[in-house]
Design a protein around this ligand. Structure first.
Ligand SMILES: *Cc1c(COP(=O)(O)O)cnc(C)c1O
Length: 249
């Protein structure tokens, strides 16, 4: 188990502090209020003990991307979580793509899903969230961020801009989902600043039409550009956790 003074905790603490400094500086440079942009620490491929170390370091929001690894890890971490104050409970978001058949398990642990890009997945998550609410496995509707494709590449996923309003309507009409905003992953080619400006333009139009103000944009390599474009949530893995292990769990 984790001691507060082990070498890994020290390493995570240093990298976390560096990322928090980058984030604070970016928020300030963008003339946004402190705390405007949430940090989601992406712990995919890393063990439950690392999540516990990050909890000790004060983090409460995490991103996971694969079932069933994610569900198991969340159950393990929450199983021995002793909340310092009532209501101080860690939250886990699903940032990877969800297959319909995994929707039921995701709805048990995820605060929100950031990667929704198809009507079929909206329907599966709604059915799953209805069941999870009925069974007392969750207390609130499942948050939904629609992943937008910035370049139309089907590999990376995401709904193209033209199809976004219809997909958003479907979420709004669902019984147990709450539309929270948009998510983007910048394509690797070209300038991050260019893609983030494109995300900002799409987000602006979207917000004019839907009550869903969040923009999940920015990772280890493009946090600054994302915050400049109005990101409300950066998803940072490598810069905090280190390189992902080659062997998946
Ligand atoms: C893995 C992942 C991240 C984290 O990326 P890093 O470059 O390691 O910070 C962010 N978003 C999504 C959707 C991911 O799958």
């Amino acid at each position: 188990m984790t001691g507060s003074s082990d070498a890994r905790t020290a390493e995570l603490g240093e990298r976390l502090a560096a990322v928090r400094r980058r984030l604070d500086a970016a928020v300030e440079a963008a003339h946004r209020p402190a705390g405007f942009c949430q940090l989601l620490v992406v712990t995919k491929f890393f063990p439950a003990d690392d999540v516990r170390r990050l909890l000790q370091l004060g983090e409460r929001a995490f991103g996971e991307s694969r079932e069933p690894e994610a569900g198991r890890k969340v159950a393990e971490v929450l199983g021995d979580w002793e909340s310092p104050e009532p209501g101080d409970v860690p939250v886990f978001d699903m940032i990877g793509s969800v297959q319909s058949k995994k929707a039921r398990s995701v709805a048990r642990w995820a605060r929100a899903v950031h990667s929704v890009d198809r009507p079929k997945v909206v329907d599966a998550l709604d059915r799953a969230a209805v069941a999870a609410l009925d069974e007392g496995e969750r207390a609130d509707p499942l948050g939904i961020l629609l992943q937008v494709s910035l370049d139309g590449d089907p590999q990376r996923g995401g709904v193209v801009e033209e199809d976004l309003p219809a997909l958003a309507e479907r979420v709004v009409e669902a019984d147990s989902l709450r539309l929270r905003g948009l998510m983007v992953i910048a394509p690797l080619d070209g300038e991050p600043g260019h893609w983030m400006a494109e995300a900002a333009r799409i987000h602006e139009a979207f917000r004019g039409r839907f009550d869903a103000a969040e923009l999940s944009a920015g990772m280890s390599g493009d946090m600054e550009e994302a915050v400049a474009a109005g990101s409300t949530c950066v998803r940072v893995g490598t810069a905090i956790m280190g390189d992902r292990p080659l062997i998946s769990q």
